[in-house]
Design a protein around this ligand. Structure first.
Ligand code: FE2
Length: 322
């Protein structure tokens, strides 16, 4: 494979820099659709090595640079992209996603990134705030809710949707508390959202959002492991795009949504210790076991949604049937 022949000479720092260079070829733009599944898979599995490692000073610097470059590219693309049909989705840090439709742009679980490797700068966070009308937060854990980013959104007059009991002392007219009853929709202009009451194990309530943007429905499940809520999804109408946590059991309920596009998240959350940090190989093996990974040379799996595994800052289109 171009750019990946043999082990890297000069260490992982150089390998990461090569990975970012267009000449190294595993990341032809735009990603990921033009790239064959098996090439992307090899590239992302190789990326597991430097990202699934213990934290050393040089490692932090190199990974931080890599992350920054990916995010800068995503912020520029998100600002410049005009969506005519369907949706464009960018994967940000962890379970963070930006979703843009013809008339709207919203974020889910936006987190600036790990402090150890260097999160988004204040200026980059402001750029992101400028893009978003609404930020949805699934639950209060440190890798999903970032108080600083919430405050920036509120200060800029943007809406923030919080689960019912999260940050109870934070009062602001632009905070919208998700209703406990999913049948009661949230309306923000002509954006409609429903909040399904999930949980992450016994740890925390976790809102599962279904958000309708210009007629297209996007589901984001945070860290939800309470799968019973998915049996009620049909009440929200058909789902187009699922933003699914890679380890929270989407295989058990994915078929319930009938979604056409599934994008996984929560790989390589760098504040988790290595043993608790999901690498890309975990997601690939899961998709293979579920029969959702396309065979080499076959662009679509035999059944189920079209699945994609994205790295930081990568974007993908959802195009509805004409
Ligand atoms: Fe999480």
């Amino acid at each position: 494979m171009p750019g990946f022949a043999g082990w890297p000479a000069g260490g992982w720092g150089r390998w990461l820099r090569n990975l970012k260079a267009p000449s190294s070829a595993p990341w032809p733009a735009p990603l990921p659709r033009p790239t064959p599944w098996h090439i992307r898979k090899e590239a992302l599995l190789l990326l597991d090595f430097p990202l699934h490692a213990r934290r050393r000073r040089r490692w932090r610097a190199e990974v931080g640079r890599f992350y920054q470059q990916a995010m800068t590219r995503a912020l520029t693309q998100a600002a410049e992209t005009r969506v005519q049909r369907g949706l464009r989705v960018w994967k940000m840090y962890n379970m963070g996603f930006v979703v843009k439709s013809r008339n709207h742009c919203v974020g889910f679980d936006i987190h600036p990134g790990s402090r150890r490797t260097g999160p988004l700068s204040r200026r980059q966070q402001h750029r992101l705030v400028e893009l978003l009308e609404v930020a949805f937060v699934s639950h209060p854990h440190f890798d999903h809710l970032h108080r600083g980013f919430v405050q920036l959104m509120l200060a800029a007059g943007r809406k923030v949707v919080l689960p019912p009991r999260v940050l109870p002392r934070l009062k602001h007219p632009n905070i919208i508390r998700a209703p406990r009853e999913y049948k009661e929709p949230i309306r923000i202009g002509d954006i409609e959202a429903r909040c399904f009451p999930g949980w992450q194990r016994m740890l925390s309530p976790n809102s599962v959002y279904v958000v309708t943007l210009d007629g297209h429905r996007v589901l984001h499940n945070g860290d939800n492991t309470r799968h019973g809520v998915y049996f009620h999804l049909s009440d929200a109408g058909p789902i187009d795009v699922m933003l699914a946590n890679c380890w929270a059991g989407f295989g058990l309920w994915g078929h319930l949504t009938g979604a056409r596009l599934l994008i996984t998240g929560h790989e390589h959350e760098l504040s988790h210790t290595v043993s608790l940090r999901a690498p890309f190989r975990y997601t690939y093996s899961k998709l293979r076991r579920l029969g959702l990974a396309p065979a080499d040379g076959n662009p679509a799996p035999p059944a189920g949604p079209e699945c994609h595994i994205l790295n930081w800052g990568e974007g993908i289109d959802f195009r509805p049937e004409p």
